[in-house]
Design a protein around this ligand. Structure first.
Ligand SMILES: [Zn+2]
Length: 362
């Protein structure tokens, strides 16, 4: 009896020793669980993990985290300060990609990990945030055996259903995360390659719906050059005056930018009402400048700023017919269900009959 007890004690000690020498693998990802999604229990375990999809929230951290968590729309969220939040457990499905396709396979959520990065698809990020994204991506690549070219951005995989602007299914529903396809950004993230071509377009499953985006994803456009330097201090670039920097970026042509803030997306890909931006009228500015810098929020504010209804969209009158080439300008406004959206931010799929177009009185 005493002997048996001795054996049991020995076994326990050996087990303890084994545990100390070879602890079970702990997650190397240091992340906060503060915004872990209540949706976790209802999400399926993902069968495979072929892609890491990078997103930009297009909204500030706090509101993004709350919405991502409420709706279970990402696996991780990385803030400007480089803090990583776990939203959906990494082996479960998060609803981050919406209508999406990769090499003929639809519903990318079923085989990908989604990382939301607080920031904008067309604005540089600070080096602290980039370093955090780089480390997180490196860890996930290792865990799931994902090569560099399968670290993509949301705009690589999102596609749009036919609408009045595009008769066919098209790539270019979103510009979300597109800066992560730019060569200088990929270098900063330690990624040596990117997808070489769009297999879904090549196979005729989709058409190019956004030429500029296509050039960012697969061409040489790199507006981040020199903006992601070696400093460990977050770099914040000043907000450009309306119509300036961004117009230059898109060359004043092409489809409007991704209009739906990531974090304000409702389940099912529809966008929920976003909180309206505050009018950014600068104090001490010349009156003319104050008008151009203001962001009207209502029909009344549009009127006060000297705008009038140029026309209302109908089946016969498209935005292009009403506003001509100015349809996607930052100083052309659309009143969509009571919300004012500028031409450079408008979602073309929402330009249905009844939407009024406002332009400045001549
Ligand atoms: Zn996205």
């Amino acid at each position: 009896m005493a002997e048996r007890r001795g054996i049991r004690a020995n076994a326990a000690i050996s087990l303890l020793l084994l545990f100390c020498l070879f602890p079970p693998p702990a997650s190397a990802i240091e992340a906060s669980n503060r915004y872990r999604s209540p949706r976790n229990p209802e999400r399926k375990i993902r069968r495979s993990t072929e892609l890491i999809v990078l997103h930009t929230t297009e909204a500030p951290a706090r509101s993004s985290l709350n919405k991502l968590s409420d709706r279970g729309e990402a696996h991780y969220c990385v803030t400007e300060e480089g803090r990583i939040y776990r939203i959906v457990d990494r082996d479960r499905e998060a609803f981050h990609a919406g209508r999406s396709m990769w090499r003929g396979k639809e519903d990318v959520d079923k085989f990908s990990i989604g990382i939301e990065c607080v920031g904008h698809h067309d604005k540089p990020m600070g080096t602290v945030q980039i370093a955090a994204i780089r480390d997180l991506v490196a860890e996930l690549k290792k865990m799931y055996g994902i090569p560099d070219e399968r670290v993509v951005c949301h705009s690589h995989v999102a596609y749009g259903a036919p609408n009045k602007w595009h008769k066919h299914r098209h790539r270019g529903r979103k510009r979300c995360g597109m800066l992560f396809a730019m060569p200088s950004m990929r270098r900063a993230l330690g990624l040596k390659s990117r997808p070489a071509y769009d297999a879904d377009i090549r196979a005729g499953r989709l058409i190019v719906g956004d030429r500029y985006l296509n050039n960012v994803l697969y061409g040489r456009i790199d507006t981040m050059i020199g903006k992601t330097g070696g400093s460990r201090v977050p770099v914040r670039t000043p907000k450009p005056a309306s119509g300036g920097w961004f117009s230059k970026l898109i060359g004043g042509k092409g489809r409007p930018p991704d209009p739906t803030p990531e974090a304000t997306r409702a389940p099912g890909g529809k966008s929920a009402a976003a909180p309206p931006p505050k009018p950014a009228i600068r104090k001490n500015a010349a009156p003319g400048f104050a008008v151009t810098a203001a962001r009207p929020r209502s029909a009344a504010e549009l009127k006060a700023l000297g705008y009038e209804v140029k026309g209302t969209i109908s089946r016969q009158r498209t935005a292009m017919k009403i506003a001509g080439r100015a349809w996607n300008r930052s100083d052309t406004y659309y009143l969509i269900r009571g919300k004012v959206v500028s031409g450079d931010k408008v979602d073309t799929s929402k330009l249905w009959p009844g939407v009024s177009i406002w332009m400045r009185k001549k």
